[in-house]
Design a binder for this molecule. Structure first.
Ligand code: PRE
Ligand code: MN
Length: 357
């Protein structure tokens, strides 16, 4: 008797479960509609005032036997689940967000052979700043010997102090172009402002956006209108989400050829300039299909740990490495403490080439 009563009551619970399931999913569909309206309005999903109002309403309507606390806890779970669904749906619409494990943006340079993000490990090396033809020529020769195709050299230096070296300007870009052409390499150089795009296009193959400009939406949108690849560096105090939104500005404006470069984050540590965040590399690779390059020079701020840092970069799953090289680092106009001399660069390259990942 008791047995059949239990069966009957459990049958009732099963039917109510299905009704609740149906209602929960009906509610989720309405929340999805709310998301669409909120996306049009440009507002965020989380609304604590709305949640508090709903909880008060439920408390007033609650006749038990569940206590108000229990009802509120259950509904808070429903709100969390709804919010998680809204955020997941929103992320899926982001262009730089990885949609499948094998999705990858591969950047092909004009020679059709040099590729970034195709599973190979790319070296983007060269001096911090362009200082003279002789300096760039010496560096380019050293890079060329190791088959490096992407040569960095900055003509504009956004320094912390206005009294520090500010770069050679367009004259510097001319030097970089002629040296790169001599060795069959590509020029990667930092653009400071949207007004420089046309001038840069005459000399530069990959446009570099520095940490200070990572959230300069006007510049990022303008770089979305060009054909050349853009390499974007993480801002000094930006989260990975903000970093990816910076890339999203470029991609959503029409230029899919974006490379991320990370130079770590500012922490309390003083013995390194920044802290190389290996977790960030792994998360960026997981969350985005864009290639990720690791800047071991600005993350360390010192040359004596370049080799272990480069090994870590190679093992991290990143698509490449950025390291600064100078013929005579102690007298370099900028970043004298971190640039490798040509011999140290040779050793670093020989060491990495021996590593099999
Ligand atoms: C909803 C979800 C999250 C918000 O924090 C508040 C409410 C909900 O699940 O009811 C829906 C929603 O996004 C909204 O009403 O604005
Ligand atoms: Mn530098």
């Amino acid at each position: 008797m008791a047995e059949s009563q239990l069966q009957e009551l459990r049958g009732q619970v099963d039917r109510i479960n299905l009704q609740l399931l149906e209602l929960l999913n009906q509610r989720a569909k309405v929340v999805e509609e709310i998301s669409k309206v909120q996306a049009q309005m440009g507002t965020g999903f989380y609304d604590p005032q709305r949640e508090a109002d709903m909880l008060t309403q439920l408390e007033m309507a609650n006749n038990g036997p569940f206590s108000n606390e229990t009802i509120k806890a259950l509904f808070r779970e429903i709100f969390r689940a709804s919010l998680a669904m809204q955020e997941k749906d929103a992320r899926a619409k982001i262009l730089v967000q990885r949609k499948s494990p094998d999705q990858a943006t591969v950047i092909t340079m004009p020679d059709g052979v040099t590729k970034i993000g195709d599973g190979s490990f790319t070296y983007l090396t060269g001096s911090c700043a362009i200082e003279s033809y002789e300096q760039m020529d010496q560096v380019a020769q050293a890079l060329h010997k190791h088959g490096v195709k992407l040569m960095r050299g900055m003509a504009y230096k956004p320094r912390t102090s206005p009294y520090d070296y500010q770069g050679m300007g367009e004259e510097g870009l001319k030097i970089a172009r002629s040296v790169a052409d001599k060795y069959g390499m590509y020029v990667v150089s930092e653009i400071m402002d949207k007004s420089q795009i046309d001038m840069f296009a005459d000399y530069v193959d990959i446009f570099w956006v520095g940490a200070r400009n990572m959230q300069n939406s006007f510049l990022l949108k303008a770089l979305g209108k060009i054909k050349q690849p853009v390499i974007l560096k993480n801002g000094i105090a930006s989260t990975l989400e903000e970093f990816l939104y910076g890339a999203e500005y470029i991609v959503s404006s029409g230029n899919p050829n974006v490379i991320l470069i990370t130079r770590g984050i500012r922490t309390f540590e003083k013995w390194t300039r920044n802290t190389l965040d290996l977790g960030a590399i792994a998360v960026l690779k997981l969350e985005s299909h864009l290639p990720v390059i690791v800047d071991i020079s600005h993350s360390a701020g010192r040359r004596d740990i370049a080799i272990p840092m480069a090994k870590a970069a190679l093992a991290s799953g990143a698509d490449g490495l950025m390291v600064e090289v100078h013929p005579n680092p102690p007298v370099a106009m900028s970043d004298a403490k971190q640039q490798l001399d040509l011999k140290q660069f040779d050793t670093l390259m020989d060491t990495l080439k021996k590593m099999k990942i």
